[in-house]
Design a binder for this molecule. Structure first.
Ligand code: MLC
Length: 501
């Protein structure tokens, strides 16, 4: 069961139906999308791609980029997308770790990355763009489409999604064809998604939210996607009248309100869905007061797809992420994995068909995060009400969520600690009106505070800009407990106003 085959069965009867409608560009039908994916699959196989080999891609959002994903699936490859904000330094790590057969990058970065890609074993290295004169596009256009779809089992990998980790080293979450199919089907069921729905898509396509949650559900219904290059509130508002579904991070919703979104503009909409970061009760209420819609909040992660969702019918409660999805078991457990009584706060652990298959090349790390009975320890802390509604109340892991991106402090601290003159650092999240949390660095100097320019240039050389702290504070020393562990809660309290002014 190749996931692509599941999509294609649905598309057969809908070959003339619009798949993608990117404003200002021609509509792409499901038939045309299938053919483009078949040509890309043929090119990948010509280049030597064997089933199970990785196709690593750091490419800009476009219909062609989605076709690249689909072509990799069709050829039996393991699609491994990368955030377009990652620096060459970060990409070099992913190349080494993923050892892809094929690597696709943006035209401007090919020279810098081609050597590392070849060293990692890539036999196809292409500068990818949606421009018609792009050499890879021309090669695709001149290649006969692959007739079939590579045979894959439910347990075979379809994708690896990299997430940073608490140790500072990124881990690739391995997702199987079966896991992705199970999650997409469950979502279509709980959100009542159907052929006539029109999805307004403004998310990036290198994370589960934009690539899997949003697109897989549309693909299963062969429904139309209005495909925007990026999130721009004014542009998005112009298309609400043609759409029925929007999926976004909380920042989308607060920016839409700030931009002047009106009730009339939402008249054609059926459902607004939010995830990837906590939606505040305040934002949820403000959105309902303005538009009449209660945003449906759901909870997910790369390792598990969507785990829980507020109901389509019935009350959507702000602050709760709703009920376990069909096929997903959630338990609130103590440190040993023993289930706690309802209402008590504990570790959120999950099991089910959509769970990942482990971290790529890291069996020990996988084992650390799995219970012997197959439950995955999410790292979130939550409570479950008597009626089964889940509420997230904290995080056991040191993680910042900014604008829907997960940012792990350890990685940033390692860069700051290496700057001459910095003795040590602690990176924390502080409330941020637009992004939910903003990144703050608290530093201790060897002698005197280091010039901020030196810190920024070290960050520029290594880390994607969304990870960069925009506030720097100097302390004589970091607060520690008796065990010597930095007391980040104290720092978060002290610097909670960092982004207020
Ligand atoms: C952009 N910037 C950010 C940022 N996004 N900084 C912190 N956090 C972010 N999320 C910075 C850039 O580095 C840049 O800084 C400046 O903001 C402007 O960049 P931009 O590209 O113009 O930003 P903008 O378009 O405003 O992007 C904001 C955003 C975007 C919220 C629209 O971040 C976004 O689309 N987020 C969605 C993330 C997402 O899809 N998450 C799903 C993960 S999956 P400078 O200094 O360079 O100018 C997951 C599981 C699940 O979590 O359940 O879904």
């Amino acid at each position: 069961m190749n996931l692509y085959e599941i999509f294609r069965e649905r598309w057969r009867a809908r070959a003339d139906a619009p798949a993608f409608a990117p404003p200002g560009r021609p509509v792409v039908t499901y038939g045309a999308l299938d053919e483009l994916a078949a040509r890309i699959a043929a090119v990948l196989i010509d280049a030597g791609l064997e089933p199970g080999e990785r196709v690593l891609a750091q490419v800009d959002k476009s219909v062609e980029a989605v076709a690249l994903y689909l072509g990799a699936l069709r050829a039996g490859g393991v699609f491994t997308p990368l955030n377009t904000a990652y620096t060459a330094n970060e990409v070099a790590f992913f190349l080494k770790d993923a050892r892809p057969r094929a690597f696709f990058c943006r035209p401007g970065t090919k020279d810098a990355l081609a050597g590392a890609a070849a060293q990692a074993g890539a036999s196809l290295v292409e500068a990818f763009s949606s421009e018609p004169e792009n050499a890879f596009r021309r090669r695709v256009a001149g290649t006969a489409p692959l007739g079939g779809v590579a045979a894959r089992d439910a347990s075979d990998l379809a994708s690896i999604l990299y997430t940073s980790g608490t140790t500072g080293r990124s881990k690739g979450a391995m997702l199987s064809h079966g896991a992705l199919a199970a999650n997409a089907r469950a979502l279509c069921e709980v959100w009542g998604l159907r052929e006539s729905d029109v999805l307004l898509h403004a998310l990036p396509v290198f994370h589960i939210h934009g690539l899997f949650v949003a697109l897989h559900t549309a693909f299963l219904n062969a429904s139309k996607v209005i495909f925007l290059d990026r999130f721009d509130p004014a542009e998005l508002r112009r298309h609400l009248g043609e759409a029925t579904i929007l999926m976004g991070v909380p920042t989308f919703y607060t920016r839409l309100l700030d931009d002047g979104l009106t009730r009339e503009e939402c008249a054609h909409m059926r459902l607004f869905i939010s995830g990837s970061a906590p939606l505040t009760e305040e934002a949820s209420n403000a959105f309902e007061a303005r538009t009449g819609f209660r945003i449906l909040e759901r909870y997910g992660m790369s390792e598990a797809g969507i785990i829980a969702s507020n109901p389509l019918e019935g009350e959507r409660i702000p602050g709760s992420v709703g009920y376990a999805l069909p096929g997903v078991e959630i338990r609130i457990a103590d440190d040993s994995g023993k289930a706690l009584p309802r209402g008590q706060a504990g570790s959120v652990e999950i099991r089910g068909a959509s769970l990942f298959s482990g971290y790529w090349g890291l069996p020990e790390k996988t084992a650390e995060e799995m219970r012997p009975d197959g439950f995955f320890i999410t790292g979130d802390v939550g409570t479950m009400a008597q009626d089964g509604r889940l509420r997230l109340v904290g995080r056991a892991k040191d993680l910042i969520i900014s604008g829907g991106y997960n940012i792990y402090p350890k990685e940033i601290e390692a860069v700051l600690d290496a700057v001459p003159g910095v003795r040590e650092s602690a990176v924390i999240g502080a409330p941020h009106a637009d992004l939910g949390e903003g990144v703050v660095a608290v530093l201790v100097a060897e002698r005197a505070p280091v010039d901020e320019a030196a810190l920024k240039s070290a960050l520029d050389a290594t880390l994607a800009r969304f990870k960069h702290p925009r506030r720097f504070y100097w302390e004589k020393e970091l607060p520690r407990n008796a065990m010597g562990k930095v007391q980040k809660a104290q720092l978060r309290e002290k610097y909670k106003g960092a982004y207020k002014a």
